[in-house]
Design a protein around this ligand. Structure first.
Ligand SMILES: Nc1ncnc2c1ncn2[C@@H]1O[C@H](COP(=O)(O)OP(=O)(O)O)[C@@H](O)[C@H]1O
Ligand SMILES: [Mg+2]
Length: 348
């Protein structure tokens, strides 16, 4: 892991008035570029030649400039630093740049340690438990006595997950080693999107900063989410959980206090475990019929569900006068931090 001091010293060389926002053209990049544009910050898109046409088709979602690359494994670190750029890490940055991200000598928005903690299932569970979240029970193959979801190691977007009910079914259906077997929690999936600002006061105060609820979504996963159609058509099938898209969501107002308490727990735990989590994050939960939230994942960065709200959400309407997406909130935080001379509090 590149030392924080190294990133701080790179940041010190930046012209604070000319900071640019950069990211890989994928995942939530249009929202990030759009939000930066709304805040008057210039943007750089790291892009494959073949994808440029797509982004150019969206004049308000495209980056101001491109750095065309052959692949995403090797980020153009030097070029980015020469351009005063801060990378906003999203799901595709994490997936494509992988471990190289830890050593990348370029400022990342947020705390890059949160990407390490979200990326390792054991560390993730330690974080969720330390945060005081309810987590689903886990099982060893021989102890399976109820519906369980089996998660493959390193799988992303739910690909290849299966549901089993017994040790026999597990042995029949699961060939991979090192899987995670989790109780299948029944209920409604709720994915709240948060933003923690260590440099803001007021609002929902947490750890000398402020926690904001940006929005919420529900994932659409193929083929479980349209399963009633297949079932109605008389088709029997094993459900799969591959993320295809997202749907907007609001929850009962009486549940919001629990949502904020979960977010607070995650932020406070992040301070205990790895010096905090400035910026956006998401907790993936299921709310049961007893109104209990079970968390099965934290994303320590912007999630794609925020793409539903480029002009703000049902919740940011009560926080901001202007339409505030998570992408725009990131740009605003960089601007505020630059003004307060606190960039190193929100960038590592
Ligand atoms: N314990 C659980 N009970 C019921 N459904 C679950 C559980 N864990 C995950 N899922 C379903 O599987 C999907 C993918 O699981 P997740 O752990 O988020 O994997 P990924 O790392 O691929 O995002 C979730 O979005 C949810 O629909
Ligand atoms: Mg997930």
């Amino acid at each position: 892991m590149i030392p924080k001091e190294k990133i701080n010293s790179i940041l010190e060389g930046y012209d604070k008035k000319k900071i640019k926002i950069a990211t890989i053209c994928s995942h939530s990049s249009m929202q990030i570029f759009h939000g930066a544009r709304q805040e008057g910050i210039k943007t750089v898109g790291i892009c494959l030649e073949k994808n440029k046409k797509l982004y150019d088709a969206f004049p308000y979602g495209r980056p101001d400039e491109y750095i065309i690359v052959k692949d995403y494994k090797n980020l153009p670190v030097k070029e980015l630093v020469d351009q005063n750029a801060v990378i906003v890490p999203h799901g595709s940055v994490v997936e494509y740049a992988g471990k190289a991200l830890q050593e990348a000598a370029v400022p990342l928005f947020g705390n890059r340690m949160s990407l390490v903690w979200e990326g390792d299932r054991d560390m993730l569970f330690k974080w969720m438990k330390d945060a005081g979240l309810n987590v689903p029970r886990t099982f060893t193959p021989d102890k399976i006595d109820r519906p369980c979801i089996v998660k493959l190691p390193g799988a992303k977007g739910g690909r290849g997950y299966v549901v089993v009910n017994s040790p026999e079914e597990f042995r029949k259906k699961v060939k991979a080693e090192k899987v995670t077997i989790q109780e299948y929690v029944l209920g409604v999936r709720v994915y709240p999107h948060y933003f923690f600002s260590p440099i803001s006061k007021g609002g929902y105060g947490v750890h000398e900063g402020s926690l904001e609820l940006m929005s919420m979504d529900r994932r659409l996963e193929s083929d479980i989410d349209d399963a009633q159609r297949a079932t109605a058509a008389g088709i029997k099938f094993d459900p799969s959980f591959t993320v295809v898209g997202n749907l907007p969501l609001v929850i009962r107002e009486s549940l919001l206090s629990k949502v904020m308490e979960m977010g607070q727990g995650v932020v406070e735990s992040a301070f205990r475990l790895f010096k905090g989590i400035p910026g956006p994050f998401c907790i993936e939960t299921i709310c049961t019929k007893d109104m209990e939230f079970y968390a099965f994942e934290i994303s320590g960065r912007i999630v794609a569900g925020t793409n539903l709200y480029p002009e703000g959400s049902q919740y940011t309407a009560y926080t901001y006068k202007e339409p505030m997406s998570t992408g725009r909130r990131i740009a605003l935080e960089i601007k505020n931090a630059a003004k307060l001379n606190k960039l190193s509090s929100v960038i590592y």
